[in-house]
Design a protein around this ligand. Structure first.
Ligand SMILES: NC(=O)c1ccc[n+]([C@@H]2O[C@H](COP(=O)([O-])OP(=O)(O)OC[C@H]3O[C@@H](n4cnc5c(N)ncnc54)[C@H](OP(=O)(O)O)[C@@H]3O)[C@@H](O)[C@H]2O)c1
Length: 251
């Protein structure tokens, strides 16, 4: 890969990194960013084949994309990923922290290792990537960070079977708001977009109408719409929001 000079960097297409962009919501986000003119880094952890498919979809539509392997819950991997980004691209315009494993488990079977894994996946990964992204974005006084949450996580509530997941997402949301406040002076925005139950969810609602007032599962396009809205130049003043894209689920 050719290293870019500072002059080149400014003229090059905007760069976006999507964590967990190999499947599901992450893939849909990556493809939408490719269509919107971003050069997309499609991150994956283990499964390269679906990441290659995401890249192929973007390229076939005329966009630019590459795969990047990194377990974003591991600091050493994140350091390597951002070192590569800084050396080969010299900038990052958009970071979408999409990674966030889910766990439903009875409390009597839940282990501290489960809680640690959920926290690393849903919270620490966002901390690691956002702080490193902010270093790159600050230099150019420009950047958008979008973190994928979960609607219910905003609420303080007892929900034993999914407590580890909820707590980690809750921490992530609180962290995002604080980061938004700090980075506003650098013209970097940080927002959370939260799905409810999407088409690819492992949880299938028993009664659709009562669980999702809108009467249907969330679609990837619903999330993409919200994201593209937050990326519009006119949205530069919107930061520290928690945008729920859930058809009323979680209200
Ligand atoms: N789907 C829903 O209905 C729903 C609802 C509410 C919230 N959400 C949130 O939306 C986001 C996306 O959910 P999803 O269901 O579309 O995703 P997903 O299918 O659970 O996972 C997407 C990809 O993330 C990658 N990944 C996981 N941990 C990683 C790590 N540490 N480093 C790098 N890549 C990692 C995995 O790649 P490998 O296969 O390579 O390991 C996986 O293929 C998550 O934050 C989730 O909590 C989803």
């Amino acid at each position: 890969m050719v290293k870019r000079t500072i002059k080149n960097v400014a003229a090059a297409p905007p760069v976006a990194l999507v964590t967990g962009g190999n499947v599901g919501i992450g893939r849909a986000i990556a493809v939408a960013l490719g269509q919107a003119g971003y050069e997309v880094l499609v991150n994956y952890r283990r499964r390269k084949q679906p990441a290659d498919l995401t890249v192929r979809q973007i390229r076939e539509a005329g966009g630019r994309a590459v795969t990047v392997r990194a377990d974003v819950s591991q600091p050493a991997d994140v350091q390597r990923l951002f070192a590569h980004l800084a050396a080969d691209y010299g900038k990052l315009d958009v970071l979408v922290n999409n990674v966030g494993d889910y766990l439903r488990k009875e409390f009597n079977r839940l282990t501290p290792a489960d809680v640690r894994r959920m926290t690393e996946s849903n919270y620490y990964s966002v901390v690691e990537c956002s702080l490193r992204a902010a270093q790159l974005m600050r230099k150019r006084k420009n950047g958008r960070i979008i973190n994928i949450g979960y609607v219910y996580a905003e609420r303080l509530q007892a929900n034993p079977r999914v407590a580890a997941y909820h707590c980690a997402k809750q921490a992530m949301i609180t962290f995002s708001l604080s980061l938004a406040k700090d980075l506003a002076r650098h013209k970097i925005t940080v927002n959370v977009v939260s799905p409810g139950i999407n088409v690819n969810s492992v949880e299938k609602p028993k009664t659709l109408k009562t669980e999702i007032p809108f009467g249907r599962l969330g679609r990837h396009e619903d999330i993409i719409n919200a994201m593209l809205f937050l990326l519009r130049p006119e949205s530069e003043y919107i930061t520290g929001t928690h945008l729920k894209v859930s058809g009323g689920h979680g209200l």
